[in-house]
Design a protein around this ligand. Sequence first.
Ligand code: SF4
Length: 161
Amino acid sequence: MIHELIEFAHGRGMALSLIETMPLGQTGCDRTEQFLGLDALRREISRRWTLSDLTDRSGGPARYARVEQTGGLIGFITPLTAHFCGDCNRVRVTADGTLYTCLGHENGIDLRKLLRSSMSEAHVHEAIGHAVEQKPKGHEFSLQGRVLPVKLVRHMSATGG
Ligand code: SF4
């Protein structure tokens, strides 16, 4: 299947990005059954395709490799097997106006409430700055053994990418 996906994407001039599942939100499923480390998938890809690692970045967390036979790119996003939290400068604002400073933590500030209050713009900036200063060093998801416990109630779709 992965080989067909590469042919499909690269045959249409598209890059293909792959991401390891993260245990966000209760789904009623055993997350370990959904998890596939991209190191294993990369080995499978390399059985058929020649991959050349690139240093190019898109501003996101993907690490890219070029498939020599197609000229197309594959992005590998590895939050579990090789997390990149140390380089992360991201914060996210959800559709309901909550500012989250990390995908892997529940703490956020109610930006909508602040903006709708009589608080001055300077104080709103200060509150955002304080939230960013408190940004966690990273997620606490763990792959110990075959345990991939769900740490967050919030689903990925509630936050956005
Ligand atoms: S888990 Fe948090 S710190 Fe790590 S990359 Fe995602 S948002 Fe950034």
